[in-house]
Design a protein around this ligand. Structure first.
Ligand code: ADP
Ligand code: MG
Length: 209
């Protein structure tokens, strides 16, 4: 039985996980965490509820604690609700390292969000439309040095609806980042991943339905 320690996850993370009732890694976590920690670009597919958020959040937090540095990771997701849920999971585990995260979604004050972005959060969780608005309207923050780009619900993000906003965002990102895509299904949209990274992907797909 694989444990989080077998995946080289630090004890401070494991302690926080215990507090939220997480004891053993799910299959997508067992497979994707080592690939991400080893520096690979990663595509992980498994059904809803399989623990995809922690599959990317834990290795990002692990790396962040080893080398904190500006805006470290950008997580894009298609809806406000998902953005808040992802932000909450990062916050729950990141307490120990005083994680600064910022959630950038539509329907909230642009000025307040701009101030939060200017304070150099470690993790930015965003919906594409609102983040693209910020990139086009202000220059008080930069994504030029992020280490990780995550596309959560990647099939929906790459399905066409967000193309314009994603192209604004991708232009602001450095080439030498790690790209992580998570999705419930591998669809035709994932053929577009070459726009995200031309490196070789580590791909893990659950065999459950
Ligand atoms: P997905 O993105 O795959 O739909 P989530 O990442 O949102 O799923 O996780 C669903 C729920 O499972 C969350 O409440 C999360 O805290 C919980 N969870 C994640 N990983 C584990 C684990 N290893 N053990 C127990 N619960 C977990
Ligand atoms: Mg999810």
């Amino acid at each position: 039985m694989t444990e989080f320690t077998d995946l080289n996850i630090s004890s401070w993370i494991i302690d926080q996980l215990k507090l939220i009732g997480v004891k053993k890694p799910t299959p997508i976590q067992q497979n994707c965490i080592p690939a991400i920690l080893s520096g690979k670009d990663c595509i992980g597919c498994a059904k809803t509820g399989s623990g995809k958020t922690l599959a990317f959040a834990l290795p990002i937090l692990q790396k962040l604690s080893e080398d904190p540095y500006g805006i470290f990771a950008l997580v894009l997701t298609p809806t406000r609700e998902l953005a808040f849920q992802i932000g909450d999971q990062f916050a729950a585990i990141g307490k120990t390292i005083n994680l600064k995260k910022c959630t950038i979604v539509g329907g909230m004050d642009m000025v307040v969000q701009g101030q939060e972005l200017a304070r150099h959060p470690h993790i930015v969780v965003a919906t594409p439309g609102r983040l693209a608005d910020h990139l086009e309207s202000c220059n008080t923050f930069s994504l030029a040095r992020i280490k990780f780009l995550v596309l959560d619900e990647a099939d929906r993000l790459l399905g066409g609806h967000f193309d314009e906003q994603l192209s604004v965002i991708f232009k602001a990102l450095p080439k030498n980042r790690q790209s992580l895509l998570f999705s419930a299904t591998i669809t035709d949209a994932l053929d577009k991943v070459k726009q995200v990274s031309t490196k070789e992907w580590f791909i893990w797909e659950s065999t459950d339905d």
